[in-house]
Design a protein around this ligand. Structure first.
Ligand code: S3P
Length: 431
């Protein structure tokens, strides 16, 4: 599908974004292995999170969507930590790395065999990063060429390990912690930098014995989880597209309500404020251990700057949209230590720079850096998504800020991986 987007002067209104993708995956998996029914409010509408539900259904976890006082609620019938059943066919994680990597941690501990695969992007993404620690726990996993899906997981008893993760990846950490829940003894994960901690929060919320100290997480094996009502905050990584659209617009004034503000995810807001963004916090509260709030964003002069090290890791999903902002900022944007972008849904260093260049913007890249000089003009262009949701959405926002002519986003349907309502919401706030 193609979407034609014209430049817009005004970005105004109140928006809601879908439930957080990362949290939705975790709630669906944990509710499935918890005891009793779990009601999940505001579950992500994105295709990735439907893939997780479909995989859990194949493993014998029933779910249904219901309506409660006008709210859509997902009801998951938990089967307990010993209740998953062998799937009769292979599991399909679709485009979702989180589904495949985190579920593999659970599946490695089951008393049955599972094959898990995905779409043409996912079967090219590295899985050795989860196979290595799981093998140390005594898991048996076959992968294509030793590192790619399909994965054949020969489930069996696991033992706890102490793992120093070489990669800054919440998916790897979560995979090991989920395996640790089933393992004998204690499992300890040390991270190189702090990554999103939704798994730790959700496990504690449902009753697991888990302790976080700095960049170290400990979980006791053999624990049980008990279902309870869970509320998913709006996805800050999805809101990021609208935040940047409002900052860049000549007349931007946007309120974003019910948005997740977990500190391990909110680096984007700190970085933007440090660059001069007018972003106000109107309200904040807690739900199931996660911070949720309302933000107001207004047109701002953005200075630009450098993002590196732990900060890069903590806003890795927001770099496509920050790169767009960098091009129109005063001093430009330098992003260092972003090699992980090369193994996302696309090689994002390549897809971001190719599309910026199509819009007439100059970019310099290396294996793990991007340098985008500031004060550049964006020109309307034909912009392929490459099948990557965040590229489709980042360049839709770039198209709004173009100084001349409409743009065409090719493969715009990719947005539905995390945000099926993206183009509809965009049209409601632009004029
Ligand atoms: C995610 C972690 C990040 C992120 C992805 C979601 C998660 O991936 O890019 O969109 O939910 O844990 P890595 O763990 O590979 O960095």
């Amino acid at each position: 599908m193609n979407e034609r987007i014209s430049p817009a002067r005004v970005i105004k209104g109140v928006v809601n974004v879908p439930g957080d993708k990362s949290i939705s995956h975790r709630y669906a998996m944990l509710a499935g292995i918890a005891e009793g029914e779990t009601s999940i409010y505001n579950y992500s509408t994105g295709a990735d999170c439907q893939s997780t539900l479909a995989c859990m259904a194949k493993l014998g976890v029933e779910h249904r969507f219901a309506e409660e006082e006008g709210r859509r609620v997902l009801k998951v019938q938990g089967v307990g930590t010993h209740g998953l059943k062998e799937a009769s066919t292979s599991l399909d994680a679709g485009n979702s790395g989180s589904t495949m990597r985190m579920l593999t941690g659970i599946l490695a501990a089951q008393p049955f065999q599972t094959v898990i695969t995905g779409d043409e992007s996912l079967v090219q993404r590295p899985m050795r990063r989860v196979i290595t620690p799981l093998a140390q726990m005594d898991a048996h996993i076959d992968a294509r060429e030793g590192q790619f899906a399909p994965l054949t997981i020969y489930g069996g008893p696991l033992h706890g390990i102490e793992y120093h993760s070489p990669v800054a990846s919440a998916q790897v950490k979560s995979c090991v912690l989920l395996a640790g829940l089933f393992a004998e003894g204690q499992t300890v994960v040390h991270e190189p930098v702090r990554t999103r901690d939704h798994t730790e929060i959700a496990l504690a919320e449902l009753g697991a014995e888990i302790l976080v100290t700095g960049r170290t997480v400990r979980i006791e094996g053999g624990g049980r989880l008990v279902g309870k009502p869970l509320f998913v905050p709006g996805d800050l990584s999805s809101a990021a597209f609208f935040i940047v659209a409002a900052l860049m617009a000549p007349e931007g004034d946007l309120t974003i309500s019910n948005i997740g503000l977990n500190p391990t995810r909110a680096a984007l807001l700190d970085v933007l404020r440090g660059m001069g963004a007018n972003i106000k916090l109107l309200h904040i509260e807690q739900a199931n251990g996660e911070l949720v709030g309302t933000l107001q964003v207004k047109t701002s002069n953005i200075a630009g700057g450098t993002i590196e090290g732990a900060t890069t890791a903590s806003l890795i999903d927001e770099i496509p949209i920050l790169a767009v902002l960098g091009a129109v900022s005063r001093d430009g944007l330098i992003v260092r230590d972003c090699g992980e972008l090369r193994i996302k849904e696309t090689d994002r260093i390549a897809t971001i720079s190719a599309n910026l260049e199509r819009m007439g913007v100059s970019v310099k890249t290396t294996e793990d850096t991007m340098e985008i000089p500031g004060r550049q003009k964006l020109h309307g262009a034909v912009l392929p998504s490459g099948g990557d949701h965040r590229i489709a959405m980042a360049f839709s926002v770039a198209a709004l800020a173009a100084t001349d002519g409409p743009s065409t986003i090719e493969g715009s349907e990719a947005a539905s991986v995390s945000f099926p309502e993206f183009f509809e919401t965009l049209s409601q706030i632009t004029s």
